[in-house]
Design a protein. Structure first.
Length: 125
């Protein structure tokens, strides 16, 4: 049995915190977590429920020039549960965010944030 009990947070590098916040808050509808610890760089935390958080870190990306696969499912990514895939698609379309459907046929889609971090969304019923 593993000593690992849960994923507590995922950290993503962002080059422009204001632009990233606009995406995560306006497009995805996340709310900033008010108890972000004091860190020596800018960032934002979002509570995802169940004790899990998403951490945006305003730090240089060491592999910003790397070429990313077109489909996010073939790239490193984090998967987030959504309650209403149609509503998410509507918000992504309205914001001009491109996305691809899961190649497995599941009710899931992939998109990239403004810094090309890949996000997978899986509909949970």
């Amino acid at each position: 049995m593993s000593d690992v009990a849960a994923l507590l947070h995922a950290g993503l590098l962002v080059s422009d915190l204001a632009r990233a916040r606009a995406f995560y808050e306006s497009v995805l509808g996340l709310t900033p977590y008010p108890n972000r610890p004091e860190l020596p760089y800018p960032g934002e935390w979002y509570d995802l429920g169940g004790g899990q958080q998403l951490h945006l870190m305003g730090l240089p990306n060491p592999d910003a020039a790397s070429i990313r696969p077109e489909h996010g499912g073939r790239d490193r990514h984090i998967a987030l549960a959504v309650r209403d895939m149609a509503a998410l698609k509507y918000r992504l379309d309205a914001a001009g965010v491109k996305y691809t459907a899961s190649k497995s046929g599941r009710a899931a889609l992939f998109c990239r944030d403004p810094d090309s971090n890949t996000l997978e969304f899986v509909e949970m019923r």
